[in-house]
Ligand binder design. Structure first.
Ligand code: FAD
Ligand code: DHB
Length: 390
């Protein structure tokens, strides 16, 4: 079997790449280890940057997103007994975020690929990458072989693509955090119109949402925490303790129907390329979720990779392919810093001495009282425009 671009992984990166390539007349095959139902129901991120929404709408996979997504023009930072709104409409006019579940993006992309006759293979669990340093790379799975011009490693942090790169090629940068997030979905109307990022002495809490009927919450918990330690009553009690900290705010509760612990890690592998293999999304970099950047970075990578491949297929020029890693890493490192900074600002660290705590509060006071500081947060949060970072 032969295709132009062999794509490993049907997460947002692999699916969007396949779709964008199709729009440019470039063929691909997507190989995914999990079943379709599994990837369509995997609960993860929910905040789309302005550029991510624009990308999906321009690629004609944004109809449902525009109908059902919740456009937000601000977020609240809550600490010290008060809430402070970061007003995007004032600080970054015309740019906003859209709250729309990652698995809905995945469903929309799968539907579009299948409607266009795309070749998506699910439950392929033994993908291997070969001859990446030649101009005839290929993938094997089961007793099949897929010859291609290029391989896109879109198989996430635990995938097979990055580990296939020979030792000594990549430089890896990593930071682990001494806590994790317990995330839940609950059948209850959100208790606020916009997201609330709350810093308390008990730890961080985030109030998010998915629809007018479904709320999404996260709690800072110990690294490696077992969800079994968190029966529903304990979750609601802790969410109330961390969110009901301003006068008049009452948290509505409801049935919890999804519960999972997400580890927190910062990670970058450089360069994002080896021979004819190009890494995109979580296979090359991970951020802690506080800045809501993971999914958005995957989209930014894939836009650049599409452009670079279209140039190569168009006039044979490899200039954009050669520049791919450098161009991606500019935005990746900006998001690394922003995500680390948001995480540091809002979580409690056991190692913190009173001095560290005071620094945290000082920065929170600054960011909620100075337009210059708030604009820094706002422009990173809604996403820096494409082109400004490459
Ligand atoms: P993935 O979505 O990881 O997709 C990779 C795909 O490759 C998967 O479908 C996987 O099954 C497949 N795959 C893996 N190995 C193989 C193989 N050997 N062969 C074939 N296929 C393979 N970000 C936020 O902003 N907010 C959040 O709340 C948030 N929560 C998260 C929770 C978890 C548990 C995780 C892991 C990530 C979370 N993220 C969050 C990050 C965000 O979801 C990711 O950045 C985003 O999914 C990246 O997309 P991707 O396509 O690069 O990778
Ligand atoms: C959500 C996830 C995030 O990581 C974040 O910073 C904000 C919202 C969410 O899943 O809704």
């Amino acid at each position: 079997m032969r295709t132009q671009v062999g794509i490993v992984g049907a997460g947002p990166a692999g699916l969007l790449l396949s779709h964008l390539l199709h729009l440019r007349g470039i063929e691909s095959v997507v190989l995914e280890r999990r079943g379709r139902e599994y990837v369509e129901n995997r609960v993860r991120a929910g905040v789309l940057e302005q550029g991510t929404t624009d990308t999906l709408v321009e690629a004609a996979v944004g109809d449902r997103l525009l109908r059902e997504g919740l456009r937000h023009q601000g977020i609240e930072l809550r600490y010290g007994g008060a809430g402070h709104r970061i007003a995007f409409e004032k600080l970054v006019p015309g740019r906003a975020i859209t709250v729309y579940g990652q698995q809905e993006v995945v469903k929309d992309l799968i539907a579009a690929r299948l409607a266009d006759g795309g070749d998506l293979r699910f439950e392929v669990d033994d993908v291997a990458l070969h001859a990446l340093d030649t101009d005839r790379p290929y993938l094997t799975f089961g007793d099949e072989r897929l010859d291609c011009d290029f391989v896109a490693g879109c198989d996430g942090f635990h995938g097979v693509s990055r580990p296939t790169i020979p030792e000594g090629v990549l430089t890896e940068y990593e930071r682990e955090y001494p806590f994790a997030w317990l995330g839940i979905l609950a059948r209850v109307k959100p208790s606020a119109e916009e997201l609330i990022y709350a810093r308390t002495d008990r730890g961080f809490a985030l109030h998010s949402m998915r629809s007018p009927e479904i709320s999404r919450f996260y709690l800072q918990v110990a690294a490696g925490e077992d969800v079994a330690n968190w029966p529903d009553d304990r979750i609601w009690a802790e969410l109330k303790a961390r969110l009901e900290t301003v006068p008049g705010f009452e948290l509505a509760t409801g049935e919890i129907f999804d519960k999972a612990v997400t580890p927190m890690r910062s990670f970058v592998a450089e360069p994002m390329r080896y021979g004819r293999l190009y890494l995109a999304g979580d296979s090359a970099h991970i951020v802690p979720p506080t800045g809501a950047k993971g999914l958005n970075l995957a989209v930014a990578d894939v836009r650049l990779l599409t452009k670079a491949l279209a140039r190569w297929y168009g006039d044979g020029s490899a200039d954009l392919l050669d520049d791919y890693s450098r161009a991606c890493l500019k935005r990746v490192w900006r998001a690394q810093h922003f995500s680390w900074w948001m995480t540091t600002l809002l979580h409690t660290f056991e190692s913190d001495d009173p001095y560290g705590h005071r620094l945290q509060l000082s920065y929170l006071d600054y960011v909620t009282s100075s337009d210059a500081a708030a604009a820094t947060l706002a422009e990173n949060y809604v996403g820096l425009p494409y082109g400004s970072m490459e």
